[in-house]
Write a protein that binds this ligand. Structure first.
Ligand code: NAD
Length: 302
């Protein structure tokens, strides 16, 4: 088993599969990317999406709204993108200003164009094991395990974090009756008691809590697989800005059978999967339905 689970080869496979599919289906996927205000991290992510789009042959229409944008103005922009037949997917850059209700905005995105999976219809379909647009980060975790051929079926997965975009959908995907899932799942959160006693029982431990280097070696079982979803900005010893995960990589490396690095792990897979969702949405709007298994087959081979 590989010790360090890099996301880079997986991202490359996804991009190749998407380029081939776009050419084969002769489609021109187009995304509306809406950003409210600006900050260095959000600007970086947005530019990354625009540049990935052009490499893949997808158009990304960046709509940058002022930091003072009201909820009504944002909902108006979303409505316009919902009804525009040239737009196949809508992506809303986070964070949004405090006065904007994330749930209301997520509900406003039409489910067929909801490539970041904010609409409750898409989240509900995951619970029902019905095909839908699946949030990119949970899918990135499953693609990583699939690529490195790490068995999931029947194993105990512990997820730290219960957000609607990572922890909850990921827990539900792990429960799907599929050979790449079929896990027993425990979700922990900020009110869980004796977290270490729970995390030590994990065959696969997923950290998605947004706390830099929170998971230490004593929380980890020998020989377990560690998946780090966290991306936290931190000044390194020389005062330079660096990114670290939610797992203390250096202290956990020896105990883990495998571990995803940060950066270069789950995050790099996630950014490619946004375009998988865009392509899926574009095909759906043409009446062509490709489900998760179809995409897994296209990316990794049968
Ligand atoms: P969030 O803040 O919405 O949720 C964090 C969750 O962690 C909450 O459910 C909370 O209960 C739990 N939590 C917080 N402190 C805890 C503690 N001490 N013990 C146990 N549980 C605790 O965060 P999110 O949006 O799910 O993001 C989580 C992390 O993943 C962040 O670092 C974020 O930057 C990162 N992220 C990465 C990607 C990617 O592509 N790799 C995508 C999305 C988010």
């Amino acid at each position: 088993m590989d010790k360090v689970l890099s996301g880079k080869p997986i991202a490359a496979l996804i991009k190749t599969a998407l380029k081939d599919l776009i050419a084969e289906q002769d489609i021109k996927p187009r995304m509306a990317l809406i950003q409210v205000g600006s900050d260095p991290a959000a600007d970086y992510y947005v530019q990354n999406i625009v540049s990935n789009g052009s490499k893949l042959g997808c158009t990304v229409d960046l709509d940058t709204l002022s930091a003072e944008t009201s909820q009504a103005e944002l909902l108006d922009r979303i409505t316009k993108a919902n009804v525009d037949p040239c737009i196949h997917g809508i992506m809303l850059q986070k964070p949004l200003p405090d006065w904007i209700d994330d749930t209301a905005v997520g509900c406003a995105i039409t489910p067929e164009k909801d490539i970041d999976c904010l609409n409750p219809v898409n989240l509900g379909k995951i619970v029902l094991e019905a095909d839908s647009l699946v949030p990119c980060t949970p899918l990135a975790v499953l693609c990583t395990l699939r690529y490195y051929q790490i068995p999931v079926q029947g194993r105990h997965v512990v997820i730290i974090g219960r957000s609607a975009i990572v922890g909850k959908p990921l827990a539900n995907l792990f429960l799907w009756k599929k050979t790449w899932a079929n896990a027993s799942v425990t979700i922990c959160h900020s009110r869980s008691q004796d977290l270490t006693a729970i995390t030590q029982t994990a065959d696969i431990l997923v950290a998605a809590l947004g706390k830099p280097e929170f998971v230490k070696a004593d929380m980890v079982r020998n020989g377990s697989v560690l998946i780090d979803v966290g991306i936290n900005a931190k000044n390194d010893a020389s005062g330079k800005l660096a990114y670290v995960g939610d797992i203390d990589y250096n202290s956990c490396l020896d105990k883990a059978a495998s571990i995803t690095p940060v950066p270069g792990g789950i995050g790099s897979v996630t950014s490619s999967l946004l375009f998988l969702n865009l392509v899926k949405a574009c095909l759906l709007q043409r009446g062509v339905n490709k489900n998760i298994d179809d995409f897994i087959g296209l990316i990794f081979g049968a």
